[in-house]
Design a protein around this ligand. Structure first.
Ligand code: DAH
Length: 366
């Protein structure tokens, strides 16, 4: 292509010449044979590009008075061409400049999935929600009072040693009950809930807990529990047994059996450990259940009157009615480890995988 010849340097002639070049560029860009790279080379190429030729021949030949007029028109032309080219590029990538092209496929969003722990926790919670339980939550940074004292773990009581506690630094100046620690279980939310609400109460409390345990295949210093609390008139140990037996069947399948062994927790009396028939061998005995046919799954018991007493006392301190009257009400509580249940359910042999953030592991649950 040859660039138009300039006859004179009047504004009218310049306008006509630039309009001619602009029309040529537009024809090239909208042509069916348009090729972006080729156009770039032909028009904007450093050495042989038309624009370069124009600036060379027109500008150089121009008298001083006309140089500015040519320069302005040249810059405007170059900008127009570059904008048209950019618009073509965007069209190529599926974006329309003016308005929305609803015929284009949408931009796909990658959907996330629930982490196996969150999923397991939600499934356990929903089993209890279907029995009329509400969901309660509490803080992970807790005071000694809620984590221990109100749950009938007196200061220096050996039961505290079963829960290796991570304590918050620089708390020595405070009275023991106000010192901060990372909650070692979800049980303190029992107390917090009873301070806020009067009976009857049916609550499940999912959450993260912390212990000063060395990490290995079955231990993690951070893990998860689901706690339960039911307080009402005429609540008995049979209600506890029936509720947990139903929950285990709802979660693991109706063939699962439960059995209750005497145990000890400071905040329940009597206390029990609950075992379920082995979900791998159905109770015949296998490696998973150490050939016993049973798997220990959770702790539970009837709420100890000492717990109601500390709730009442604290309610009085807070100016609330001491409504947890053991002559009228009773209750049961339970707590289970979510990680172990998730590991059993999904056949995960190392708890660390749940906290590794390794996409190759997590994507298997997608
Ligand atoms: N908080 C106990 C633990 O972490 C588990 C537990 C046992 C919770 C018995 C309860 C219960 O509510 O009644 O070891």
């Amino acid at each position: 292509m040859n660039i138009p010849q300039l006859t004179d340097f009047s504004e009218a002639s310049l306008d006509a010449a630039f309009a001619e070049v602009r029309a040529l560029a537009e024809t090239a860009i909208t042509a069916a044979s348009f090729d972006k790279e080729q156009f770039r080379l032909e028009w904007l190429g450093r050495k042989q590009g038309y624009l370069g030729q124009i600036s060379d021949t027109w500008l150089k030949a121009a008298p001083v008075e006309a140089k500015k007029l040519i320069g302005q028109r040249f810059n405007a032309l170059k900008q127009t061409i570059e904008e048209k080219l950019a618009a073509e590029t965007l069209l190529d990538s599926g974006i329309e400049i003016s308005g929305l092209d609803i015929t284009l496929p949408g931009t796909a969003q990658r959907l996330g999935v629930e982490h196996p722990l969150v999923k397991t926790m939600a499934e356990i919670v929903s089993v209890f929600q279907r029995m009329g339980y509400s969901v309660g939550l509490g803080p992970e940074v807790e005071t000694d009072f809620y984590n221990f004292e109100a749950l009938n773990f007196p200061p220096n009581h050996p039961a505290r040693d079963t829960q290796d506690t991570l304590v918050v630094d620089a708390q020595d100046g405070k009275p023991l009950r106000d010192r901060l620690l990372m909650r070692t279980h979800t049980s303190p939310v029992q107390i917090r809930s009873m301070l806020e609400q009067a009976p009857p109460l049916r609550l499940v409390i999912p959450g993260k807990v912390h212990r000063n345990d060395a990490a290995d295949a079955t231990h993690s210093p951070v893990f998860h529990q689901v706690e339960g609390l039911c307080v009402d008139t005429n609540i008995t140990f049979s209600d506890l047994k029936g509720t947990l037996d139903h929950a285990m069947k709802a979660f693991f399948g109706s063939a699962v059996k439960t059995r209750f062994f005497p145990s000890f927790f400071p905040f329940t009396e009597p206390s029990a450990d609950v075992q379920i028939s082995c979900i791998f061998c159905g109770g015949k005995g296998c490696r998973k259940c150490k050939h016993s046919g049973w798997i220990e799954l959770l702790g539970c018991g009837m709420v100890d009157p000492a717990v109601f007493a500390s709730v009442n006392q604290r309610r009085i301190e807070l100016g609330r009615e001491p409504v947890y009257d053991t002559a009228r009400i009773s209750g049961f509580a339970f707590g289970m480890g979510v990680d172990r249940i998730a590991m059993m359910k999904y056949g995960i042999s190392d708890i660390g995988l749940l906290y590794s953030g390794d996409m190759r592991f997590l994507e298997q649950f997608a």
